[in-house]
Design a protein around this ligand. Sequence first.
Ligand code: ADP
Ligand code: MG
Length: 562
Amino acid sequence: MPTETFEFQVEARQLLQLMIHSVYSNKDVFLRELVSNASDALDKLRLEKLKDDSLDADVSDLHIELDIDKDARTLTVRDNGIGMSYDEVGQLIGTIANSGTARFLEELRESKDAAGEEGLIGQFGVGFYSGFMVADEVTLVTRRAGEKQGTRWTSRGEGTYTLTTVEDAPQGTSVTLHLKPADPENQLHDYTSPWKVREIVKRYSDFITWPIRMTPEGAATDEGEPEPETLNSMKALWARPRDQVSDDEYHELYKHIGHDWRDPLETIRLQAEGTFEYQALLFLPAHAPHDLFTRDFRRGVQLYVKRVFIMDDCEALLPPYLRFVKGVVDAADLSLNVSREILQQDRHIEMMRRRLTKKVLSTVKDLMAEESDRYATFWREFGTVLKEGLVTDAENRDALLAVSSFASTHHDTEPTTLKQYVERMKDGQDDIYYLTGESRQSIENSPHMEAFRARGIEVLLLTDPVDEVWVDAVGEFEGKKLRSVAKGEIDLDGEDAKAAESEREKQSEEYAGLLDWMGKHLADDIKEVRLSSRLTVSPACVVSDANDLTPALENMYRAMGQ
Ligand code: ADP
Ligand code: MG
């Protein structure tokens, strides 16, 4: 087959332009990205071979190799992993499927200034393309395990790439970077220096479970081939005692498995011994991903069995409302070819999930008690998801309520916990009041708030759709009912209630004619017109029955087609 030339997809072209003209100061990370891809490719091959022993692939010495050619100014990252077919190269390398990246480009178009650009590159992984930060041409040669023919992909990053079939490609993938001309001013960024390469691997990729080897250039001796040197320790971070691992090392692992370029908010470590042994290293990210509320959000952590990678996105290990948690769970006593279906039913996995869930919640609780800034970040990013648990996880409802906080009329910006609300309740106040709506402002402007404001009674201001659901599911807190100020009759005055009642009866008679007239005219839209003591300024407001859906919920169900 002759060489064919293709155009990059529009988004891919934009991203490449950005990489080529990158102002991003930390260019070293390109190597982390290529090593990360190589490591994924080795994981995939090992798994595929495990599932299908007849696959024609050599898995006897899976590894990553780095090759420097000083004269040609090239750096090659080679793996003998799963590789890609001709079609896959076009699909995976020529386009951008990741929705996060598409969103990234959109933000970039809006930002325009260089500082914003750098910040944005730091926020989004850009994977394979980051090679173009340091290279003016990239060549990729790959052969998919089990296939005869290989493929060569080349590009200068300027709008097009070429594909050619090759006959003699080894199994796996090699990516060769033709490095940009050396900058005499800046020796620090000389990627043809073995010292530099060794240092980057140590810093970013030490925990990679496959050997990363480098053969020193021109080191051939009389004995023959030079000895390759393994650059990484390959030690599984989750199996090492905490005091022997630096925060930076944990963070690099997080970036690899979380496909995030930023540090995590918190690292959680758990060792379980006994009949079912496992180790877990979990991370709370510092930022919610854009697709957290979409159906195809890939949730779950990585599952290993005795240091061997088994699967990504293992959703059986944590409940859906903790889907943003990233990390690794390494179980000692599972079969290597355990399936998702088996995991869903396994009694030990169920116990593990319960324990991990409690551990995550107790970590959030500690953050709340000791690190209020970080707790605030956590709650801002993930509070909405966590509140789903108030509805779905009765077992942990109390723990979840303890770490939940809500906007309230008590303070303009600081949220409150239910416990704090109850401590501030006025004498004679029996219930916890809340109002749901689209925004804090729209709630505060609601006529329902008037009587509460006039009496200085605190009201929780709930603005997430899920709030409508959990308040009903939870019902009460410490014996105090959660009550919407927009529903049913509300008795705010306790003692004075009787007097008010007779006063109202008198007024009702007085206004009977008017109420009757209004009731008739509005009969199609409302159930009843009655006098109210809840308003102080507005002349009228619409109220639901205690059992009715709130307007926001009605909208939500309508949107869902129900
Ligand atoms: P990501 O790793 O986040 O998916 P990348 O841009 O780094 O994004 O890589 C895009 C895709 O290209 C990968 O998901 C993978 O399918 C494929 N790929 C990249 N490098 C390799 C490799 N060394 N071996 C096999 N496939 C690869
Ligand atoms: Mg990648």
